[in-house]
Design a protein around this ligand. Structure first.
Ligand code: ATP
Length: 339
């Protein structure tokens, strides 16, 4: 028997916003319409689904959105979705609007909600949206590229003033418990030290020695990129200043890293992932998440994806150490110093 064709789909963004989400929404809307589907835009994530904050989308509803940061649908964290009553309500609303397929753009948490809807017969496809790059099944998440470029540019600026004033700067970047933004900036900005939640051993003396050492070698600044997952940049700055005598300032980049116009990569990859999500639903697939692995867009079963774990790239940590006089010194650099 032929697969029952999905006629009506919905799209929502959930969890933290990320630049490029609009490109994904636009892709779902326009690719869905092009495939003859009705497409509903659901505002404020699962909260809007339960409150029926839902709008039927036309192609023009997503005009002038691809270049904008944030999410035009809004996003939310919805506690009710974690309860059986919440799931039942979400399913009831999907049935009321005839939504047979749902594209959920968000992180791991949003996937867990989606998986529960799939268990109740709603076809779901997840699309990875988070600046943190912390979804195990994919090497790309929507928003990381923009966020890391924003952080890199901000760090370049702090570095200029640090050099002029011969300061040490601790710059805290986002990423929650993942150190990807910090590591990439560490390489891209040539930071003297990078503190990653996956690796930092809280041995501040090593940092202090490194600063004094660099100072002796004539360096006018010392940039420490600190990941959000390590945190405490302000108190660290006070301790480092007291121990080294070098003026030390902490700068927390914060939410500016989430905003702004998405990069070309985020627009193109998010558009591709949005279209792929629609294609999966059109093919009768459910409980899938769209991913990017080894140079290709692909998809996984949600449960399989949620069970995966991801390690920060050891080689990148190593080169971060060998490319600047760094806390994570490479074996070769350590040997050189012994000579
Ligand atoms: P980000 O990476 O930006 O934090 P996320 O999708 O992981 O994104 P969460 O706050 O963890 O963000 O989850 C978003 C929403 O997904 C939650 O507010 C909740 O509505 C739903 N959700 C999360 N975990 C579950 C769960 N175990 N069961 C059902 N729904 C969930």
């Amino acid at each position: 028997m032929a697969e029952k064709k999905i006629k009506t789909i919905g799209v929502l963004t959930s969890g933290g916003d990320a630049p490029g989400m609009n490109a994904a929404i636009r892709a779902v809307v326009r690719h869905g319409l092009a495939r003859g589907m009705n497409v509903y835009g659901i505002k404020r994530g699962y909260t809007g689904l339960m409150e029926e904050d839902i709008k039927e989308m036309k192609a023009s509803d997503v005009s002038d959105t691809i270049e904008k940061g944030g999410t035009v649908l809004g996003t939310a964290r919805c506690k009710e979705m974690r309860t059986p009553e919440g799931i039942a309500r979400a399913v009831e609303v999907c049935h009321k609007y005839g939504i047979e397929g749902l594209v959920v753009i968000g992180g791991d948490g949003s996937y867990r909600g989606a998986e529960k809807l799939a268990n109740e017969g709603i076809n779901v496809v997840g699309v990875p949206g988070t600046i943190d790059l912390d979804i195990a099944c994919t090497e790309y998440t929507i928003g990381f590229d923009t966020a890391v470029n924003t952080a890199m540019e901000a760090i370049d600026k702090v570095r200029d003033t640090s050099s002029s004033h011969e300061r040490c700067s601790i710059i805290e970047v986002m990423g929650r418990n993942a150190g990807y933004i910090a590591l990439w900036c560490g390489i891209a900005n040539g930071a003297e030290d990078v503190l990653l939640p996956e690796r930092y051993d809280y041995d501040e003396q090593k940092l202090i020695d490194n600063i004094i050492d660099n100072r002796r070698r004539g360096k006018t600044h010392h940039i420490i990129i600190n990941a959000e997952g390590v945190g405490h940049s302000a108190s660290m700055a006070r301790r480092i200043e007291a121990a080294t005598g070098m003026e030390t300032r902490a700068t927390i980049l914060g939410y500016m890293q989430r905003g702004g116009s998405p990069t070309c990569k985020d627009r193109v990859y998010a558009s591709t992932m949005g279209c792929l999500a629609v294609d999966l639903l059109a093919a009768g697939k459910t409980k899938r998440v769209v991913s990017y692995c080894k140079g290709e867009f692909c998809d996984f079963d949600i449960n399989e994806a949620l069970a995966m774990t991801k390690e920060i790239d050891n080689y990148q940590i190593e080169i971060c150490g060998s490319l600047s006089h760094n806390y994570y010194k490479s074996e070769a650099a350590l040997k050189d110093e012994e000579l």
